[in-house]
Ligand binder design. Structure first.
Ligand code: CU
Length: 68
């Protein structure tokens, strides 16, 4: 299992937090996503080989937020 932290702009409330969490966790190969609104960081646990960081960022982008 690999853990990465992605910085995401545009999240302002618990609704955003949940949307991002659900979107990331829906990506195949992702085991868990934790969104911290205060630091604007998404901590993702995923299986390398099944998914990569770019795919995870894309899922965030599709939800309407901006991964950095
Ligand atoms: Cu919101």
């Amino acid at each position: 299992m690999t853990q990465e932290i992605i910085k995401v702009e545009g999240m302002s409330c618990m609704h955003c937090q949940l949307r991002v969490k659900k979107a990331v966790e829906a990506v195949e190969g992702v085991q868990r996503a934790d969104v911290n609104l205060q630091t604007k960081q998404v901590t993702v646990d995923y299986e390398e080989g099944k998914v990569n960081l770019e795919k995870i960022k894309e899922a965030i982008r599709e939800t309407g937020y901006e991964p950095i």
